[in-house]
Design a protein around this ligand. Structure first.
Ligand SMILES: [Zn+2]
Length: 178
């Protein structure tokens, strides 16, 4: 699978937007992003089933989070600086409004909320959490910062009737209870 890859992600695939879109620039409409994301998800589910489609989404989010950390967030001296940078960047890029409800790296447990989330805010109620890509994205950001592997699970979502998405991050092997 890893040989002769056509599509291995590299940050250069973001492209030179100044040169490539001199008139339209780096903006698009959120509808376009969601259309692509949810159509991808539909086809992945048809081909792979719901669980595997979710795993692909998580893994894609994780890959994105790793590249995002390296290319956008960068090194932080401590957790406060990391959280501040992340909050500013996620807001500036229109990804969401991040708040940290609980952060205990030593215990391996964080609870984060993202309001006005790019992926799900405003969707109909679906009675299940859908921000699987975000779960992987957050897991990679936390791991890149701390060097600790995290499992991230969305526990509240716009789609479950909450007005914010809430993510529980637990370090692998941690004994912290949800
Ligand atoms: Zn959500």
């Amino acid at each position: 699978m890893t040989e002769n890859r056509k599509y291995a992600f590299d940050w250069s695939l973001i492209g030179n937007l100044e040169e490539g879109r001199p008139n339209l620039g780096n903006q698009t409409r959120l509808e376009v992003y969601r259309l692509m994301q949810f159509c991808f998800r539909d086809v992945l589910e048809q081909k792979l089933g719901s669980d595997e489609a979710d795993r692909v989404f998580y893994q894609a989010g994780y890959l994105a989070g790793n590249h995002f950390y390296t290319n956008v967030i960068g090194h932080s001296a401590d957790l406060d600086e990391f959280v501040r940078k992340l909050q500013t960047t996620l807001k500036d890029l229109g990804i969401g409004v991040l708040r940290v409800e609980e952060a205990d790296l030593a215990a391996g447990k964080l609870v984060l909320t993202v309001s006005e989330d790019l992926d799900c805010s405003g969707l109909p109620e679906l009675n299940y959490e859908i921000c699987t890509y975000d779960e992987g994205f957050i897991a990679a950001l936390l791991e890149s910062f701390s060097g600790i592997r995290f499992n991230v699970k969305e526990i509240d979502c716009w789609c479950t009737g909450d007005r914010t998405c809430r993510f529980l991050a637990l370090a692998e092997g941690s004994s912290a209870a949800p």
